[in-house]
Write a protein that binds this ligand. Structure first.
Ligand code: FAD
Length: 456
């Protein structure tokens, strides 16, 4: 007997329930990944993620080969390729992880239709992409939690499985065709600082970080220059690491750092359960407001300055340049750059979210869109009108200005916290820096935003 495992956002061998189930049900298994042009058509195919994905697939193939198997990679519409692989292998079951995005749901439907009455069973596994399945906990009278803290409380009480070990051997049937693995080197336009992808790299990073960084996470996670976060988000995005395993291992270590880390991983599950219940929130306001956001038509120059990191607000520009250079940005910088775009410049959050998705290695319809909505005040923030002041944020989270000086070389010679307000330097010195004046006075931005929201 043969079973197919369709890998999606779960590119790992450890703690992989669909793979475990397939290996239990069948003697031979086809580990399959399909490069579906639908992802490209949906505008979701960005070079940084494509490069990281190539690493993940290469690593998965290598790990399978060490176990006597291989990864079968095919290109084409996913339902067509799955049907073909089923036919070539004589498989009786197809296993995959449940997803929450519109694309993932549609994929599931397409597979169901394609397998139709062929007698081949489609088995969808929950709690693979998230630690707790969306919908597993709900508040009275609703299908999802709209507020994080009560969700976290319930989520924390949910039992998590013991992480499953990686299988020792995987036997792949003969006669199933596979195309070449995508190569990272072939991807053009990749940001310089994109790390190596894959389960092996992710596991190594987690082990290292949980020994050195986890205990200090609570104190350091908001320090922009200290870089005290795990940087595991790209590995979680591609499922190279299991959220169940991370939570279990962090809890075993214990302490305030581990607790704070687990809470952040819960934010990821929180957004998944929101989007699972409200799929339209990937594009439409979760809490509709009457904002008349500015857009390319009337704010083109401001948007370009924001994207390119030349707004004249150093900590905003530092964040935007880190994003371009690394395909990653510190969470605090994501918050303040997004607040600056939506509230100070009063630009549509979708424009910012698009730019982030174009560059983030962890860029993810669930976490990106819902965090953007949170910041824009159209999402789940219970204080939707809060505005982050970039100067205050800079002084607080980059007190000696190291983060700014790292990413904004024009300001490298400005000492200490003066770096957060270069417009206050003596005129001659300021002019010599070659750094732009502020795009807008913060008070003007605030007045426009308050005026717009007062109409609500
Ligand atoms: P750590 O601080 O080490 O946290 C551990 C893990 O918890 C992260 O890897 C991540 O999976 C999860 N996590 C932490 N914070 C959040 C959060 N606020 N929401 C959801 N999950 C969280 N995260 C993404 O994974 N993809 C995105 O596309 C994305 N877009 C964002 C856009 C904006 C405007 C904002 C404000 C945040 C966004 N985030 C996104 C959330 C967060 O910034 C990143 O997950 C985090 O910075 C990743 O770094 P880390 O792995 O070092 O995080």
């Amino acid at each position: 007997t043969v079973a197919v495992v369709l890998f999606t956002s779960d590119l790992r061998l450890h703690d992989h329930p669909p793979l475990r189930a397939a290996l239990r049900a069948a003697e031979e298994v086809v580990p399959l990944f399909v490069l579906d042009p639908g992802i490209h058509a949906a505008g979701f195919d960005a070079p940084n993620r494509r490069a990281f994905l190539a690493d993940c697939l290469g690593d998965l193939d290598a790990s399978l080969r060490r176990r006597g198997g291989r990864l079968v990679v095919r290109s084409g519409p996913v339902e067509r390729e799955v049907r073909a692989v089923v036919a070539e292998s004589g498989a009786g079951e197809v296993h995959l992880s449940a997803g929450v995005t519109a694309y993932a749901r549609r994929r599931e439907e397409r597979l169901r239709e394609a397998l139709g009455d062929s007698g081949v069973a489609l088995r969808v596994h929950e709690a693979v992409v998230t630690a707790v399945a969306p919908g597993a906990v709900t508040p009275a009278g609703s299908d999802h939690f709209a507020v994080f803290t009560p969700y976290f409380r319930r989520w924390s009480g949910e039992p998590l499985r013991d992480p499953l070990p990686a299988p020792r051997t995987v036997r792949v049937p003969e006669g199933v065709r596979g195309g070449p693995l995508p190569a990272r080197d072939a991807v053009r336009g990749v940001s310089e600082g994109v790390p190596a992808g894959g389960e092996s790299a992710g596991r190594e990073r987690f082990s290292r970080w949980s020994r050195s960084g986890l205990a200090r996470y609570e104190d350091r996670h908001d320090d922009l220059a200290g870089d005290g976060t795990s940087r595991l988000s790209p590995y979680l995005h591609f499922g190279a690491l299991s959220p169940v395993e991370l939570v279990r291992r962090a809890r075993e270590r214990g302490g305030p750092g581990a607790e704070a880390f687990v809470r952040q991983v819960c934010w990821r599950d929180f957004h998944h359960q929101v989007l699972a219940a409200r799929p339209a929130a990937s594009a439409a306001d979760y809490r509709p407001r009457r904002d008349r956001w500015r857009d390319e038509g009337n704010a083109g120059e401001d948007i370009a300055a924001w994207r390119e990191g030349r707004t004249g607000y150093p900590v905003v520009d530092a964040g935007m340049r880190q994003l371009r250079h690394e395909g990653w940005m510190h969470n605090r910088a994501r918050l303040l750059t997004a607040s600056f775009l939506t509230k100070t410049l009063y630009v549509d959050w979708r424009i910012g979210a698009r730019h982030f998705l174009d560059l983030l290695v962890d860029g993810d319809v669930v976490n990106n869109q819902l965090n953007w909505q949170w910041v824009a005040g159209t999402g789940t923030d219970t204080r939707p009108n809060r505005v982050l002041n970039p100067v205050v944020q800079g002084r607080r989270f980059d007190p000696d200005g190291r983060y700014v000086r790292r990413w904004v070389p024009e300001l490298a010679e400005v000492e200490g916290r003066a770096v957060h307000e270069p417009w206050k330097l003596p005129e001659e010195r300021r002019a010599a820096l070659g750094y732009p004046a502020p795009l807008i006075a913060l008070a003007d931005g605030l007045a426009r935003f308050r005026h717009a929201r007062d109409r609500d």
